[in-house]
Design a protein. Structure first.
Ligand SMILES: Nc1ncnc2c1ncn2[C@@H]1O[C@H](COP(=O)(O)OP(=O)(O)OP(=O)(O)O)[C@@H](O)[C@H]1O
Ligand code: SF4
Ligand SMILES: [Mg+2]
Length: 353
């Protein structure tokens, strides 16, 4: 198995909830990320999937050090980067770069493409001395499939897909080992999404990159991920290889997400049971006790309200395709999809941990 480049352990990020303008008082916390652990192996793509607000972008910002964690560790090649500062932190940051979701707002409209892509060299002049930068930026434009002659143009002169290519070129400028791509294609037309995913795929083999690829939809990460982690309300609820997650999901939330993924084969489509999740995602400021998914889970029972399920390989499946970590007390049970009108009421009180 390839070595782990990043090891994330019990990562927590709480944002304070305050009241009052003059006398600010903390009245609680948004538990955006609440005990997330995973590793990223050299050369792989780890997909991270979940609904809006489950904490995906917060994980991304923690990985690239745009946010500091409330607790937990992020080890890069064995060193906890959350404890670093100054020059040591700068050196690590160079190796972990981010590609942002929205190519319309993440590029400064007043800067030329050349200045945008070359901006990281201002902080890391050792990678490209001033006299060499123009050539480097043109090379990067070429690498991401844009005409190097566009170097003096402005972001508004490009389409959404081209702008995301500019964002990717900027992410590559410092020759990182890891790219954290936060929903890199969500803001793009469907017709352009595959082109950008293919580009990322090609760049990965060309530059030996490892990716954390974030998406809200399992169908987008399917073609690019080696492993997938499914997030719900600040936690990873299931993680495994591509085949384990797509063919043998054991967590009810993953099963529900998968049932919504379009199937091209009409025969398979006719036999598939669609699991429609009812109810809203609870507030991360006041998550349900026990299993956070229980207010929407059709398998929920009394135990789910009182006992937090750990992310672990089910004892009943020590080997085989279902032998991957899943945070469900009943992960070993066969999936029983409820029929219309059969959904049981959620177990226990609605919220309050
Ligand atoms: N700076 C902040 N201050 C307070 N709360 C925040 C802050 N940033 C994020 N949050 C909250 O933390 C939770 C997780 O947000 P995050 O942006 O990580 O989710 P996400 O999974 O990326 O969602 P989306 O799919 O919409 O991008 C949300 O409830 C969000 O409102
Ligand atoms: S622990 Fe209970 S509520 Fe949570 S996913 Fe499993 S069955 Fe559903
Ligand atoms: Mg996000």
């Amino acid at each position: 198995m390839p070595e782990s480049l990043l090891v994330v352990k019990d990562l927590v990020k709480y944002y304070p909830l305050t009241r009052g303008v003059v006398f600010r008082k903390q009245i609680g916390a948004v538990k955006a990320v609440d005990g997330v652990s995973f590793d990223l192996r050299a050369g792989e793509t780890l997909g991270i999937v979940g609904e809006s607000g489950c904490g995906k972008s917060t994980v991304a910002k923690l990985l690239v050090n745009l946010e500091r964690p409330t607790a937990g560790a992020i080890s890069y090649k064995g060193e906890d980067i959350t404890k670093l500062s100054g020059r040591a932190l700068k050196a690590v940051r160079r190796n972990i770069q981010m590609v942002f979701q929205d190519p319309y707002t993440s590029l400064n409209p007043r800067m030329t493409v050349g200045d945008i892509i070359g901006e990281p060299y201002e902080i890391h002049p050792e990678v490209a001395p001033k006299g060499d930068r123009r050539r480097k930026v043109q090379e990067l434009l070429d690498v991401v499939g844009l005409n190097p002659e566009y170097i003096n143009r402005y972001p508004h002169q490009f389409s959404g897909g081209q702008r995301q290519r500019i964002g990717i070129a900027r992410g590559l400028a410092l020759q990182p080992e890891i790219i954290v791509a936060d929903e890199p294609v969500s803001a793009l037309d469907v017709s352009v999404q595959a082109q950008v995913v293919n580009l990322l795929d090609r760049l990965q083999s060309e530059f030996d990159l490892s990716y954390v690829f974030i998406a809200h939809d399992l169908s987008i990460v399917r073609h690019i991920s080696d492993r997938v982690g499914v997030m719900y309300l600040g936690r990873i609820v299931e993680i495994g290889s591509d085949a384990q997650i797509y063919n043998h999901p054991t967590h009810p939330y993953t099963q529900a997400l998968l049932s919504a993924v379009p199937v091209p084969d009409p025969g398979a489509r006719a036999h598939r049971e669609r699991i429609i999740l009812t109810g809203d995602v609870p507030s991360p400021a006041n998550p349900p006790s026990g299993c956070r998914f229980r207010t929407r889970c059709w398998k929920a029972r009394e135990r789910c309200a009182v006992e937090v399920p750990l992310l672990a390989v089910p004892e009943a499946f020590p080997t085989g395709p279902a032998a991957h970590p899943s945070a469900c007390h009943f992960a070993a049970e066969k999936q029983v999809v409820p029929q219309a009108g059969e959904r049981p009421p959620p177990a226990g009180p609605p919220v309050g941990e």
